[in-house]
Design a protein. Structure first.
Length: 76
């Protein structure tokens, strides 16, 4: 799997702490490492994206959810 380093993101996670400047390494579809911005070095063969403070919010699956009630039972 390919590895990507997102550098200098504004990391907004579900920990309840305020967003913070961070580097985030992703391998495939999993976050494998985080650190303060500027700490993680780019590995050989790894893609790096300079995010310049853009917000990264991991864990979102679907931003829109439409719940419908179950269908009514029909008489037999």
């Amino acid at each position: 799997m390919s590895s990507v380093l997102f550098r200098d993101v504004r990391l907004l996670d579900r920990s309840g702490t305020p967003p913070r400047p961070a580097d985030v390494r992703v391998n495939g579809n999993r976050i494998v490492e985080t650190a303060s911005a500027g700490v993680l070095a780019v590995r050989e063969g790894e893609d790096a994206i300079a995010c310049r403070g853009a917000t990264l919010m991991p864990g979102l699956k679907d931003g829109v959810l439409h719940k419908r009630p179950p269908p009514a039972a029909t008489a037999v």
